[in-house]
Design a protein around this ligand. Structure first.
Ligand code: ADP
Ligand code: MG
Length: 257
């Protein structure tokens, strides 16, 4: 099977089907774009895949060693523990903690802090703390944030906060990373730099990344495959070349018939 397989996924809010019979597959180590107009259901899909919402129907299965694991009904923290991380359309950080502390929380979550060694402050505890600080700093350096590790998160400029959120997600050592409009509100230069960085970490960390992004040129340039959502349905999926000449996509985006 694929790394993640979604079948007939549906989420109703009252009378509105925000996500309707969506089928989607993610392979290991690929960069997938998710596009579609405002209200198409992109964020809702992320919320379903990360356990924020429980689907009305359909299945979500993650490849494990032997049997596929159903993610339906699992808590967000459990899903994170299976190696699925995300960022939010509206930045979510521990605003009053420092940059470094924000990343350390991600690392702690993935290591599962050992209660015995932290309680009794064993040598192992101090060694692993030291290791985590080192790892956190390496991740921050990738995103040019290492000189700001003592800043309180809320005092960072906007673009830095967006990048810190990605660092925090990466610190959990995910297999799959969902990025919800990471470049929103950035200027064109910041946005271009961030895109390059996403491509680089996807390669270096051998990650599967799903990127929600409004700038079509970005999506077309960096994504290997693209899903197009409209009114909660998959309107089209394929390579950038296939999406570019898809009649349904052209109609939806150019508004013609
Ligand atoms: N918690 C919710 N309750 C009710 N309606 C919601 C909720 N979340 C999203 N929706 C609706 O679902 C639709 C899809 O929203 P969303 O997934 O945020 O779209 P996108 O991210 O593609 O802009 C919208 O019509 C939105 O109003
Ligand atoms: Mg959204």
């Amino acid at each position: 099977m694929s790394l993640l397989e979604v079948k007939n996924l549906t989420k109703n809010f009252g009378g509105l089907a925000a996500i309707s019979r969506v089928n989607l597959k993610l392979e290991e180590n690929e960069l997938v774009g998710l596009i579609g107009p405002n209200g198409a259901g992109k964020t809702t899909l992320f919320n379903l895949l990360t356990g924020v919402y429980i689907p009305s129907s359909g299945s979500i299965e993650l490849k494990q060693k032997d049997v596929p694991l159903s993610l339906i009904g699992k808590q967000t923290s459990q899903i994170a523990g299976f190696g699925i991380a995300r960022t939010f359309q509206n930045i979510r950080l521990f605003k009053d903690l420092t940059v470094l502390e924000n990343v350390l929380i991600g690392l702690h979550n993935s290591r599962g802090a050992n209660t015995f060694s932290s309680l009794f402050r064993t040598k192992h505890f101090f060694d692993s703390e030291e290791l985590m600080h080192k790892e956190a700093r390496e991740l921050l350096a990738l995103f040019d944030l290492e000189s700001k590790e003592e800043y309180v998160a809320k005092n960072l400029p906007y673009g830095d906060q967006r990048r810190l959120e990605i660092v925090r997600a990466l610190a959990t050592r995910p297999k799959i990373l969902f990025l919800d409009e990471p470049a929103a509100g950035m200027n064109p230069q910041e946005s271009a730099d961030l895109t390059k960085l996403i491509l680089r970490i996807q390669n270096e960390f051998k990650l599967t990344v799903v990127l929600i992004e409004h700038d079509m040129s970005v999506v077309m340039n960096v994504c290997e495959r693209i899903y197009v959502l409209e009114h909660g349905r998959v309107l089209a999926q394929g390579t950038p070349q296939e999406i570019r000449k898809n009649k349904e996509v052209i109609r939806a985006y150019l508004g013609g018939e």
